[in-house]
Design a protein around this ligand. Structure first.
Ligand SMILES: Nc1ncnc2c1ncn2[C@@H]1O[C@H](COP(=O)(O)OP(=O)(O)OP(=O)(O)O)[C@@H](O)[C@H]1O
Length: 321
């Protein structure tokens, strides 16, 4: 089956000038290969700074990688010029963390939703209006006709995110890159937005690249999960397996940190991942080594672990597994 999105050996480096004559190179993404099939959900999980957003921007071709290739439906679009990306721009949509910044406060909901249809020359005015109303109904903003004339300051965070989802949906995308779509929304709306994603996926065979720091929501929504640490994928596999039977020490710690509503927790001490105290040359050793309670001298400090298949479809980059 041709993948909706395929990232092969993606590396992304940024240069930052720290002193007048010294330029530091930050490797935000380091040799990442991932595949998203049509109608499936791939979760990218990791803490702040692990390179998730950079990878999301690359999947949307908002950024060209330093090396590696991006394929959309089998076509290499890594360096395709912007004027030839029209179809990709329509069929691949992004939903971002901040629903307050994503929508223009000077436009009403109808204008916000009509704009991409006008840009992509889709339908006449009447067709666009009925498409907008059905998209609003689909994201459960009812009665749709009343929402069309409202401005964004009248909506809650959850409602704004629904408008952003409707805007993406109107272009009938093949896949949506959702970068922390529920992290700025209050807890009560989070589950509703995630079940809305699942419903839209069923109805439209939509693919999702779901980026999050919260492995629990990834487990709820994703079929496959990739756990990232300092730009690398350290564990990848079916979400249920990665969450119920994590193998990499970093994933094990992330899962141990998921809060559970058990009154006995008052009497238990939880282990926390220690903060990084030293920076290692991750070119020649395991980047997680300074924080790992299983690290072994002579092994983890001299081998850069690569992903190995330890169970069918379950990959781990750790020499200690
Ligand atoms: N334009 C840039 N210039 C320099 N460094 C950058 C740039 N963009 C990202 N980085 C660095 O790349 C690394 C990964 O950043 P990225 O935003 O992709 O991580 P993240 O996992 O999405 O984190 P967060 O959840 O906090 O957004 C960080 O160390 C960041 O400082």
């Amino acid at each position: 089956m041709t993948a909706a999105l395929e990232l092969k050996n993606i590396t992304m480096e940024f240069q930052s000038r720290k002193h007048m004559f010294r330029v530091d190179v930050v490797r935000a993404v380091d040799d990442v290969s991932l595949r998203l099939n049509q109608g499936e959900t791939l979760g990218i999980v990791g803490e702040s700074g692990s390179g998730k957003t950079t990878l999301a921007r690359i999947a949307l071709r908002l950024q060209k990688p330093t090396s590696g290739t991006i394929s959309y439906l089998g076509y290499d679009i890594t360096f395709t010029s912007e004027n030839k990306l029209g179809h990709f721009r329509r069929k691949v949509q992004g939903i971002f963390q901040d629903p307050f910044a994503a929508l223009d406060p000077f436009m009403n909901i109808g204008q916000i939703l009509e704009e991409p249809l006008i840009i992509h020359h889709l339908g006449n005015s009447g067709e666009r209006n009925s498409a907008i109303e059905s998209a609003l109904a689909e994201v459960k903003l009812n009665p749709a006709r009343q929402f069309v004339t409202k401005y964004t300051h009248l909506l809650s965070g959850g409602q704004r995110q629904r408008v952003a989802i409707a805007r993406a949906l109107l272009l009938k995308p093949d896949y949506i890159v959702a970068d922390e779509p529920v992290s700025m929304i209050d807890a009560s709306s989070r589950a509703e937005i995630l079940s809305l994603f699942a419903e839209l996926q069923n109805n439209h065979n939509l693919g999702f690249l779901y980026i999050t720091h919260d492995i629990a929501t990834a487990g709820y929504f994703c079929r496959q999960v990739a756990v990232m640490y300092l730009g690398r994928v350290v564990e990848y596999g079916p979400a249920r397996e990665v969450i119920c039977s994590p193998k990499h020490p970093y994933t094990i710690n992330l899962i141990a940190a998921i809060p559970t509503p058990d009154p006995q927790n008052r009497f238990r001490e939880r282990s926390v991942i220690p903060l990084e105290t030293v920076t290692v040359d991750s070119e020649s050793c395991c980047a997680f080594m300074p924080r790992c309670d299983r690290a072994l001298e002579g092994e983890c400090d001299c081998v850069k672990p690569v992903l190995r298949e330890i169970d069918p479809g379950h990959f781990v980059a750790c020499t200690r597994v």
